[in-house]
Design a protein around this ligand. Structure first.
Ligand SMILES: NC(=O)c1ccc[n+]([C@@H]2O[C@H](COP(=O)([O-])OP(=O)(O)OC[C@H]3O[C@@H](n4cnc5c(N)ncnc54)[C@H](O)[C@@H]3O)[C@@H](O)[C@H]2O)c1
Length: 274
């Protein structure tokens, strides 16, 4: 095997990408497939999971649609059975299902004191429980194999204070902490072959945040402008910007990388704004 293949190839690995039907999860799913992994595309909506899996197969990869809600353990166990039946093992889990809702934010004309508890709990559940449960369900066969790579998807909101964003920031901060905790727990109990890391994306245009960042004519909103001004790269991320980091964290060459949160943010997290 060529040296770079030995370091970075995911040939024959079996990967599950939750939220693989979304903008960022979809890009990472396609990227891991190009690196040789077989992909279980997990998403809430059957048609979207099927079309994302079909796209990977049409490009020469091997993929399986896994319609499931990340908050429903029985759905996840069904998806695990389908993957084990088809491919016999699980090597990689990318926890990309997640997101925020407007009702859980504190807008400039709103008040922290009145923000809806139900909305905040919903965001906490999707991001935090929606990472914990798939990790329990898909991580178990990895523990039995004593090998595997789990990559959680965090956010800049976990490490830098973003106005408005409250519950989402708390949930992603919990994911950073969980990433470090589980990295230690799994390596201690099952050996160095089992690793847990996270990616903290900067700002990418997605369906959920488009209206907050761009006006109808495509120009920047004032919040979008402020983000670009604080991003040394001077642009929003492109979903494909995440692919190489996802492949690297899951690759054989990253075997000594465990418990880290890697920013892929065009420099946002390191910039003081001055
Ligand atoms: N877009 C950004 O700028 C950005 C920045 C930092 C972090 N993130 C994080 O990256 C991840 C992906 O975000 P995105 O922008 O691609 O969003 P997205 O909305 O395009 O993708 C999220 C996907 O998760 C799926 N999903 C939602 N709830 C689910 C559930 N209960 N069960 C199963 N699937 C469910 C959705 O159907 C969707 O396909 C999220 O965790 C998000 O918080 C996004």
């Amino acid at each position: 095997m060529a040296f770079l293949d030995e370091q970075f190839s995911l040939q024959g690995k079996v990967a599950i990408v939750t939220g693989g039907t979304g903008v960022l999860g979809g890009a990472m799913a396609r990227g891991l497939a190009h690196a040789g992994a077989k992909i279980g595309v997990l998403g809430r909506r059957t048609t979207l999971a099927e079309s994302a899996a079909a796209e990977i197969c049409a490009a020469g990869g091997d993929a399986l649609a896994l319609p499931a809600d990340v908050l429903d353990k029985r759905h996840l166990e069904g998806a695990r059975s389908a993957v084990l039946e088809r491919w016999g093992r699980i090597d990689i889990l990318i926890n990309a299902a997640g997101g925020n809702t407007a009702a859980a934010n504190v807008l400039p004309d709103g008040s922290f004191f009145g923000v809806s508890l139900a909305a905040m709990e919903q965001v906490m559940a999707l991001n935090w429980t929606g990472t914990l449960l798939p990790t329990q369900v898909f991580g178990e066969p990895m523990a039995a194999q004593k090998s595997g790579s789990i990559v959680n998807i965090s956010s800049m909101a976990a490490q830098r204070t973003l106005t408005r964003v409250i519950a989402y920031a708390s949930a992603k901060a919990a994911i950073d902490n969980f990433t470090r905790w589980l990295a230690v727990e799994l390596a201690n109990k099952y050996g160095e072959g089992l690793r847990v890391n996270a990616i903290a994306p900067g700002f990418f245009i997605g369906e959920q945040n488009r209206a907050m960042l761009l006006n109808d004519d495509g120009s920047l909103t004032s919040r979008g402008r402020s983000i670009i001004d604080h991003t040394p790269a001077g642009r929003f991320g492109d979903p494909d910007d995440l692919i190489a980091t996802a492949i690297w964290l899951c690759s054989p060459g990253a075997r000594f990388v465990n418990g880290v949160v890697v920013p892929v943010d065009g420099g946002f997290s390191t910039y003081s704004g001055i």
